[in-house]
Design a protein around this ligand. Structure first.
Ligand code: TMP
Length: 203
């Protein structure tokens, strides 16, 4: 199983990833927990370029291509080898984030992203994607209470509205792969909903 977890800013992704990890490990699954951009030594260096402020004026195309450069490395060195060994992979963000942020947020045509997706991933797509959804104003307030904002967190509210709209459109268009989790609820309720999805998957 290749599971990806997506969320708007401040949706509680980190806490819930820990919860997912505990649940799957308790069920005896051999797990690889990883993240994007990143997940390899080179990928983590690319992450620093993408999220840090050294290259604040980076062009949108450069940003898109760096996301896929990191992804190519991640797929070849971590994700595919793990899946080939029968392990389960849980990835904190994946290509849906590229559609949402570089496509929806930055306005890069979706066909360009699709072309890169086909090139870099071939046929590989996640088996299950959990989208932790929270209204932008609530999410931004939560995220704002954390550390100094990275290059994406500095964007304005309309950017995040476009990101969220794109995630929701993609999720609603494929009810087999995506599950939308209402992350505006209490943590207890969010985790109850995630647990339900995981129980089904484990069956
Ligand atoms: P996060 O892992 O802490 O959520 O930070 C990663 C940031 O990178 C987040 O703001 C979303 C952004 N991102 C993209 O813009 N495109 C992508 O393809 C990925 C994987 C992440």
């Amino acid at each position: 199983m290749f599971i990806t977890v997506e969320g708007s800013e401040g949706a509680g992704k980190s806490t819930n990833l820990e919860f997912i990890q505990e649940r799957l490990q308790a069920a005896g699954k051999e797990l690889v927990m990883t993240r994007e951009p990143g997940g390899t030594e080179l990928g983590e260096e690319i992450r620093e370029l993408l999220l840090g402020h050294k290259h604040d004026g980076m062009s949108d195309d450069c940003e898109l291509l760096l996301m896929f450069a990191a992804r190519a490395e991640h797929l070849n060195r971590v994700i595919k080898p793990a899946l080939n060994k029968g392990k389960w992979v849980v990835c904190d963000r994946f290509t849906d984030a590229t559609y949402a942020y570089q496509g929806g947020g930055r306005g890069i045509p979706m066909q360009r992203i699709e072309a890169l997706e086909n090139w870099v991933q071939g046929e590989l797509r996640p088996d299950l994607t959990l989208f932790l959804d929270v209204p932008v104003d609530i999410g931004m307030k939560r995220a704002g209470e954390r550390s100094a904002p990275d290059r994406f967190e500095r964007q304005q509210i309309d950017f995040f509205e476009r990101v969220r709209t794109c995630y929701l459109e993609r999720a609603r268009s494929d009810a087999v792969r995506y599950r939308i989790i209402d992350a505006g609820q209490s943590l207890e309720d969010v985790q109850r909903d995630i647990a339900k999805v995981l129980t089904k998957v484990l069956e």
